[in-house]
Design a protein around this ligand. Structure first.
Ligand code: MTE
Length: 312
């Protein structure tokens, strides 16, 4: 993994958050039209919602591996609120309205607050980070995300000393989403506060330099690169700081199969299949899965002394 140190980023590579917010607002409005020209069929055209995000900070966090083509990143998705087949979200997610949008941040914080999209974009300069995404289903991708550290948002609401966990609740709109009880809606995820504050934990607003397509979790989704993909909650509407470990949709659905931590771990099999290997989308042969998805140097110390077979 190639890590560039923060000191290597020249100040000139950083644009002020205000400029980003203004730029983005313009580009978002312009985006719907350009998407229409860039893509073929009308359904995909609506779901893709492209719009250039402008110049981005070159983040030190980038893996030096070939990128998964954009067409695979945006057409092979898990977003069960829009159907359970991999191709369903690209066809159906255009129904979701992502602007206006707010994220309510509440619970054990000194300054609870509801952020609108422009306020979210002002929290920190947008960075491009190239991360692996490894699904519990044993496939993986390498994606150029655009986003900002979740810590920037959490610091803005001043977590109280008693806060130990962060719960993420995503949109559930029965008017536009599949209401079959595949999971306990709304989709919920959780992290320990130190995991949430870790510099690798990203709030993504785009990929491939463009506004996040709906099927990838627009307008804001979590990306936690050392955990299985399902920890990366899409289309977040509420973030709640708590003193107790929150319930998560997958853990509620199958506690034996989906633990709270869900760190990528080749040594702990899913009860129904091995986690030792993965298929990178586009590859024929499988490759070995790396502990913590290759991010062990950065994150393993957070789990020192824990039995990761019990806390899977
Ligand atoms: N978030 C919501 N709201 N609903 C979902 O079904 N699926 C998760 C996660 N976030 C999911 C979600 C799973 S299982 C994975 S692997 C990733 O999103 C997939 O993200 P991607 O489609 O952008 O690759």
């Amino acid at each position: 993994m190639l890590i560039k140190h923060a000191a290597d980023i020249r100040p000139s590579e950083i644009t002020s958050p205000e400029l980003y917010a203004d730029r983005r607002r313009f580009l978002r409005l312009a985006g719907a039209g350009t998407a229409a020209l860039a893509l073929g069929g009308p359904t995909e055209l609506l779901a893709a919602q492209a719009g250039d995000l402008g110049p981005l900070v070159k983040s030190p966090f980038r893996v030096d591996e070939p990128l998964t083509p954009r067409k695979d990143v945006t057409r092979y998705n898990n977003f069960y609120e829009f159907g359970t087949d991999k191709g369903d979200p690209a066809i159906n997610a255009h129904r979701m309205k992502t602007d206006p949008w707010t994220i309510k941040v509440e619970g054990l914080v000194g300054k609870p607050r509801t952020f609108d999209l422009d306020q979210i974009y002002k929290l920190a300069p947008l960075e491009e980070r190239i991360y692996r995404l490894r699904c519990v289903e044993a496939w993986s991708m390498v994606i150029p995300w655009v986003g900002f550290p979740l810590s920037a948002l959490l610091k803005a609401v001043e977590p109280l000393g008693s806060a130990r966990y962060v719960e993420f609740v995503t949109l559930f709109d029965p008017k536009v989403m599949d209401t079959r009880p595949v999971l306990d809606w709304p989709y919920k995820e959780g992290l320990r506060l130190d995991e949430a504050m870790h510099p690798l934990t990203l709030m993504a607003v785009g990929l491939y330099g463009e506004v996040l397509p709906n099927q990838n979790g627009a307008p804001v989704r979590l990306v936690v690169p050392w955990k299985y993909g399902f920890k990366s909650a899409k289309s977040i509407v509420t973030i709640r700081l708590t003193d107790k470990q929150p319930n998560t949709s997958w853990n509620d659905a199958g506690p034996e199969e989906y633990g709270f931590y869900s760190n990528v771990n080749p040594d702990v099999d899913h009860p129904r299949w091995s986690q030792a290997k993965e298929r990178r989308i586009g590859d024929f042969l499988k490759r070995k899965t790396l502990p913590f998805n290759g991010y062990a140097d950065q994150v393993a110390s957070m789990y020192a002394g824990m039995d990761l077979r019990k806390n899977f």
